[in-house]
Ligand binder design. Structure first.
Ligand code: ATP
Ligand code: MG
Length: 648
């Protein structure tokens, strides 16, 4: 099957490879032989106020402690801005495309410096101090990037909250994080819908009441619509900030000082805020982005992720800017006002590296090849995905139709906790296998553990773990170190447990099989959700599917699948047909107990399918659906319950 497809780097002869394969292999060996030496060398990628002499200190056992470059002194905004002012002051650092503006905003490194400094002065004036938390809840506009970097400059810890959260979701996170200030917008357009950012924030702060420590709210006015402002607390962002001085001496931070905390996507349960430390994160962000999204002069990277996710933090902001690239952000939707909108923006801004989520690839695929073929797309030279497993079929479509077989596709596996790419190919250097997140970057020691938590060698399938710390590793869960130790280090002693399952093939390539919590065990046969979903993705009539396990009196568990069918196909699929498709490809034991044809699936705000909810709905356990704050559209739950009940 797809595992046999291997695309050699020679397919991309025009792609400027980062290094010869032998050099990559040498890097791998060096990192294994002398991890501290390796990482101290990588630390040279960023600017230090005092260079570190120590690599890692700490332990993955007991009361886990993780510390990197502990004698180093650093400021993340200096790494991203000041470092480039001597040679790149006039290079565009950030392109901000807003659908309500005719012209995109192009911000050079010099302009970015000025804006970040003004906001730094304003925040300090408002009493924000080193170590204070600042909540940033903004649409994808340039102020979001400026706000993150200004917090970094003054040593405050940013907590970026997704703009689409409900007031409850924001209130919960504002209380939990103990934010003292908020940076938000008046409103934003999502397609033809207005998202009233300020009104939602007001409601959230009201709900948080005395539990909120927020003293100031800066509001970016994004339109002429009137916004209620609370005197003494609320400030018009530009009226207030633009009068401050355009220079600010960065606060020199210890490497281990927290740079930001970030809530995970909430796919598997109650969202948790993981804490990232400045020095290690910056080295890691620069390293991982440098290895996989190695940019050349003139490159424009558009990572379509919201800055509220880890991909937004590392790819849009810290990693790319640390490396002196040009990053693009946009508040556009992929198919509004018409399918192909994102591809138009690729042409308009000559995007060279496009990085998106598998769900966006599946949606583009459903729109059809004609939409893609009607665009030029010649500027593209690298395509990327992250966030969910991508089926080999969707991978090949992205590669062949969007990338015209010219652009390597990098499928990168990472987590909020890993803060940067862990599994991913170095494009142009390593062969690519559609559907596989390739191999670990040098410096990462991946382990597959069996059901008893014992590491297994060679080709194997099991829990994906990491044997040794890496600089960008989350240091703790905010206010809950015990949960941190238990969630990530309780499973395989002395190892970081990712929560995901994976298979390692004979070439050492990794194939993510899904979340370990979601593994389906049918009469002793273990089945990863991705295996079922990949099998279904091979049928062109299926846009997307989600597999879950439900209790079964005899087999222990049985398979239930939810399927979104493509519109207007000649022969529609039936539930029986889907059943046959699965048993034909995976074996009789995998024959589903139930198949539901549905118009949509529950997703997190970052676009991931929430299988935990589907599992409960399919099992009829609808009384206790758990935390729904990270759902994109909670109304979908009702529709799915109705669909399942009508089958019972
Ligand atoms: P929560 O931890 O709150 O349940 P989440 O795990 O979805 O949410 P993130 O940290 O944003 O939050 O996502 C990381 C997860 O996304 C990984 O653990 C993995 O399951 C999935 N993932 C990320 N990249 C890939 C990829 N390239 N292939 C397969 N799965 C991926
Ligand atoms: Mg997770």
């Amino acid at each position: 099957m797809s595992e046999n497809i291997t695309i050699p780097p020679t397919q991309y002869a025009d792609y400027p490879a980062l290094m010869p394969p032998a050099e990559l292999a040498a890097m791998q060996r060096y990192a294994r032989r002398d991890p501290d030496g390796f990482w101290l060398q990588q630390a040279k990628r960023v600017h230090w106020h005092r260079k570190p002499k120590h690599g890692f200190t700490g332990s993955f056992t007991g009361d886990v402690s993780i510390s990197w470059f502990e004698d180093g002194l650093i400021n993340a905004s200096v790494c991203c801005i000041d470092k480039h002012l001597t040679d790149k002051a006039d290079q565009v650092a950030l392109i901000s495309h807003r659908e309500d503006r005719a012209e995109a905003e192009k911000i050079t490194y010099a302009m970015l410096h000025e804006r970040v400094c003004r906001l730094s002065n304003a925040l300090v004036h408002l009493g924000v101090e080193e170590g204070h938390r600042v909540a940033i809840c903004l649409p994808m506009i340039s102020e979001a990037v400026v706000a993150m970097l200004a917090c970094a400059r003054i040593g405050a810890v940013h907590v970026v909250l997704f703009g689409g959260f409900s007031a409850e979701g924001i209130a919960e996170r504002i209380i939990d994080s103990g934010a003292v200030a908020v940076i938000t917008a008046s409103e934003s357009m999502r397609g033809n819908k207005i998202v009233p950012f300020k009104a939602i924030m007001d409601e959230a702060l009201c709900k948080a009441g005395a539990e909120s420590g927020v003293r100031s709210v800066l509001v970016v006015r994004t339109s002429d619509a009137p916004v209620p402002m609370l005197p003494g607390r609320d400030y018009d962002f530009h009226d207030f900030v633009d009068s401050f001085e355009a220079d600010f001496v960065p606060v020199v931070m210890r490497a281990e000082a927290p740079l930001f905390m970030l809530y995970t996507s909430g796919s598997t349960g109650k969202p948790k805020a993981v804490v990232h430390a400045t020095g290690g994160y910056m080295v890691w962000a620069a390293y991982t982005m440098g290895m996989v999204y190695h940019h050349q002069p003139g490159d424009v990277l558009w990572c379509t992720a919201d800055v509220a996710w880890i991909t937004g933090h590392t790819s849009v902001v810290y990693g790319l800017l640390a490396n002196g690239g040009t990053t693009m952000i946009s508040d556009s939707l992929p198919s509004y006002p018409a399918p192909g909108r994102w591809l138009d923006l690729v042409d308009e801004h000559k995007v060279t590296m496009l990085f998106t989520a598998p769900t966006a690839v599946r949606a583009m695929m459903a729109d059809g090849d004609d939409v893609v073929n009607a665009r030029n797309l010649e500027s593209l030279r690298l395509l990327g995905v992250a966030g969910e497993p991508i089926s080999p079929d969707a991978w090949l479509w992205y590669h062949d139709v969007v990338g015209k077989k010219r652009c390597p596709v990098v499928d990168t596996w990472w987590q909020t906790e890993t803060a940067g790419i862990v599994l991913g190919p170095v494009p142009g250097v390593q062969p690519l296998k559609p559907g596989s997140a390739s191999t670990p970057l040098p410096g990462l020691e991946m382990v597959i553990a069996d059901t008893q938590g014992r590491p297994v060698q060679g080709p194997a399938e099991g829990s994906l773990c990491i044997a040794r710390s890496w600089p960008g590793q989350a240091r703790t869960i905010w206010k809950d170190h015990a949960r941190f130790c238990q969630t990530y280090f309780g499973m395989v002693p002395g190892h970081y447990f990712t929560g995901d399952g994976a298979r390692r093939d004979a070439d050492g390539y990794y194939w993510i099989t899904g979340r370990m919590d979601d593994v389906i065990n049918i009469a002793g046969h273990r089945l990863g959700t991705a295996e079922v979903e990949d099998a279904l993705a091979a049928d062109h009539r299926i846009v997307e599917s989600a597999a879950v396990g439900i209790p079964h009196p005899v087999k222990g568990q049985a398979l239930a699948v939810f399927v979104i069918q493509r519109q207007n196909v000649a022969t529609e699929l039936t539930e029986k047909g889907i059943s046959r498709l699965i048993s034909g490809m995976l074996g009789r034991y995998a024959t589903p107990e139930a198949v539901y044809l549905v118009p949509d699936l529950p997703r997190t705000r970052s676009g991931k399918i929430v299988r935990r909810l589907l599992r409960k709905i399919a099992s009829g356990e609808v009384d206790n659906l758990g935390d729904l704050s990270s759902l994109n559209d909670p109304s979908i739950v009702r529709m799915l319950c109705d669909r399942v009940w009508s089958h019972m």
